[in-house]
Write a protein that binds this ligand. Structure first.
Ligand SMILES: Cc1cc2nc3c(=O)[nH]c(=O)nc-3n(C[C@H](O)[C@H](O)[C@H](O)COP(=O)(O)OP(=O)(O)OC[C@H]3O[C@@H](n4cnc5c(N)ncnc54)[C@H](O)[C@@H]3O)c2cc1C
Length: 451
C-alpha cells in the first residue's frame, strides 16, 4: 500500500500537480492553509487564486508564452482548459475571470475522489521527508508560510532567497470618465476594444510622474534589502528611473488612437477587465508599494480616473524562492532529497503559466516515482526542457526569478534570422512533444487524455 503523495500548497502549481496525479490513479493529500492562515496577497479561500494580474499572457504560438500554452495542451494540462472556459477580453492575451476560474479549479478538485484536501497550514516537512517511501511536492509558492519556509531553508541547507514583488490596484467601472477614457486594444489586436485607455497630454504625464516619485511608500520589514524583480517593477520605481521610462513601458501609447484627437496620445494607462460581467478593471503594470491613501490621491491624477473607486489597492510582498541551480535537478526534484519535488514560483521560474507548467511536470514525475519508476527530464527542445535546464544550470551565480523566453533555448545556433529561428523553435518543440509522449507512455504514465 502506497502513501498518498503529499502536496503542500493549493495554488496553481499544487492544483495542477494534484489533478495530474489523480488522473493517473494516484491518491493525493493536498494541503492548503487558507482560509485559516491567509497570505499577504491572497484574498479568498479558493484554490489556484491569481493574486495580481488576471492575464496568463499571449496565446500566439510565435511567442514564448503562446508556445508554452500549446505545449501544456499537448501534455494534457488540466488547468488551461478551465482558464479558456473563463476567459475575459484581453486582446492577444488569455485573461480570465479570476473568481470563476478559481471556483472551477476548487470544484474540480473537490469532485476528484483520489484527492483529499486538508485545509490547514502544513509544518511537518522534516518528519515527512524522513518517512521512507514518502513522495512530497512542495508547491507553497512565493508566500510560503514562515514556519514552513524555515523548514525548507533547513532542508536545502540555506539555499533560499527572496525578492520583492507587488500587486496592482483594481477599480470599479463606475467612476471612470468615459468622455476621456476610450476602448481599444493596441493596434486593434484580439477583440479590438478589449482595453480601456486613459490618454495623457505631456503636461498631465509630467505632473503625474512628479506626484508618483514624491508619494509616500509603505516601509519594508526591518533588516530586509529592497531586492526587486526586474521583470515586474513597481510603477513608482519605473517613474523614479527616468522621465520617459514609463512611456516606454506600461504607459506606452503606441497603437492606441485617441478618438478625440485621431492621434496616439503622449502616454496612456491601460485598464483591463477583471471579470466576465465587466464590473471591475485593473490598472495594467501598476504594481505598487505606495500607501493606500497615496494610491487614491496619485492614481486619481490619471486622466479619466478622477472619480475612481478602488476595490483593491496594490501591495508589496516579500517572495521566497529556492536557489534552484544549487539545490534542484532538472527533474524538479531536490538534489539532496530525490523524493521531494518542487513546483511553482519556489523554483524561481516566474509567472502563472510557469507555475502551472512545473505543477504539471512535478505531478507526472511524482506518479512515475510512486510506481517505482525514475523521474524524467523533458527534452531540451521542449519549452519545459529549456526552462528546467535554465533553472538547474549551475553556471548561474546569482539566480533570480525569470519568466520563460526563447532566450532559454540555448540549443539554437547563434546568428540566425528571426523567422528562421521561430521555425526552428517550433519544429524543435513539435519533435520534443512526440518524444515526451512516447517516453511517458513507455514509462507507463501516458499524457492525460491518452490514459
Ligand atoms: C504579490 C505577487 C504578485 C504576482 N503577480 C503575478 C502576475 O501578475 N502575473 C504572473 O504571471 N505572476 C505573478 N506572480 C508570480 C506567480 O506567478 C504567482 O505567485 C503564482 O500564483 C505562483 O503559483 P504557485 O502555485 O507557486 O503559488 P501560489 O499560487 O501562491 O500557491 C501557493 C499556495 O500555498 C499555500 N501555502 C503556503 N504555505 C503553506 C503551508 N505552510 N501549508 C499549506 N499551504 C500553504 C498558499 O496559501 C497558496 O495558496 C505574483 C506573485 C506575487 C507574490
Amino acid at each position: 500500500m502506497h502513501h498518498p503523495v503529499t502536496i503542500i500548497g493549493g495554488g496553481l502549481a499544487g492544483s495542477e500537480a494534484a489533478l495530474q496525479l489523480a488522473a493517473r490513479g494516484i491518491a493525493v493529500e493536498l494541503w492548503e492553509q487558507r482560509p485559516a492562515v491567509m497570505t499577504a496577497a491572497h484574498t479568498t479561500d479558493g484554490l489556484a487564486e491569481l493574486v495580481c494580474s488576471n492575464s496568463l499572457k499571449s496565446t500566439d504560438p510565435a511567442r514564448a508564452a503562446g508556445l508554452l500554452k500549446e505545449e501544456l495542451t499537448q501534455l494534457g494540462c488540466r488547468l488551461l482548459p478551465l482558464a479558456f472556459a473563463h476567459q475575459v477580453p484581453g486582446g492577444a492575451a488569455l485573461c480570465v475571470d479570476r473568481e470563476r476560474f478559481s471556483r472551477a479549479v476548487t470544484e474540480l478538485i473537490a469532485a476528484e475522489p483520489l484527492i483529499t484536501l486538508r485545509r490547514a497550514e502544513f509544518t511537518g516537512l522534516p518528519e515527512l521527508v524522513a518517512e521512507p517511501g514518502r513522495i512530497v511536492i512542495l508547491a507553497s509558492g512565493p508566500l510560503t508560510s514562515g514556519a514552513l519556509w524555515a523548514q525548507v531553508v533547513k532542508l536545502v541547507g540555506d539555499g533560499g532567497s527572496y525578492f520583492y514583488d507587488a500587486t496592482a490596484p483594481i477599480i470599479s467601472v463606475q467612476g471612470i470618465d468615459r468622455s476621456v477614457v476610450f476602448a481599444q486594444s493596441r493596434y486593434e489586436k484580439g477583440g479590438g476594444n478589449d482595453y480601456l485607455n486613459c490618454p495623457f497630454t505631456p503636461e498631465e504625464y509630467l505632473a503625474f510622474r512628479e506626484a508618483l516619485v514624491s508619494a509616500e511608500q509603505i516601509p519594508l520589514a526591518a533588516g530586509d534589502d529592497y531586492k526587486l524583480f526586474e521583470g515586474c517593477l513597481p510603477i513608482e520605481e519605473l517613474a523614479r528611473r527616468g522621465v520617459d521610462t514609463m512611456r516606454f513601458g506600461p504607459l506606452k501609447p503606441k497603437g492606441l488612437t485617441d478618438p478625440r484627437t485621431g492621434r496616439w496620445p503622449y502616454a496612456a494607462v491601460q485598464l483591463r477587465w477583471e471579470d466576465a460581467l465587466e464590473r471591475a478593471l485593473s490598472l495594467v503594470g501598476f504594481q505598487t508599494r505606495l500607501r493606500f491613501g497615496e494610491q487614491d490621491r496619485v492614481f486619481r491624477l490619471i486622466p479619466g480616473l478622477a472619480g475612481a473607486h478602488f476595490t483593491r489597492h496594490g501591495r508589496m510582498h516579500r517572495n521566497s524562492y529556492l536557489d534552484a541551480p544549487r539545490v534542484m535537478a532538472p527533474t524538479l526534484a531536490l538534489k539532496a532529497h530525490p523524493r521531494v519535488l518542487v513546483a511553482g514560483q519556489l523554483t524561481g521560474l516566474e509567472g502563472y503559466m510557469a507555475a502551472v507548467a512545473t505543477g504539471l511536470w512535478a505531478g507526472i514525475n511524482a506518479a512515475l516515482l510512486a510506481r517505482g519508476g525514475a523521474p524524467q527530464v523533458p527534452p531540451e527542445q521542449s519549452c519545459l526542457g529549456a526552462m528546467f535546464a535554465f533553472m538547474a544550470n549551475p553556471a548561474h551565480s546569482a539566480y533570480a526569478p525569470t519568466a520563460f523566453s526563447f532566450g532559454m533555448c540555448t540549443w539554437l545556433p547563434g546568428h540566425v534570422r528571426r523567422d528562421r529561428k521561430l521555425r526552428m523553435i517550433r519544429e524543435g518543440a513539435t519533435g520534443a512533444w512526440a518524444e515526451m509522449r512516447a517516453s511517458l507512455a513507455a514509462a507507463g504514465s501516458s499524457i492525460v487524455g491518452e490514459l
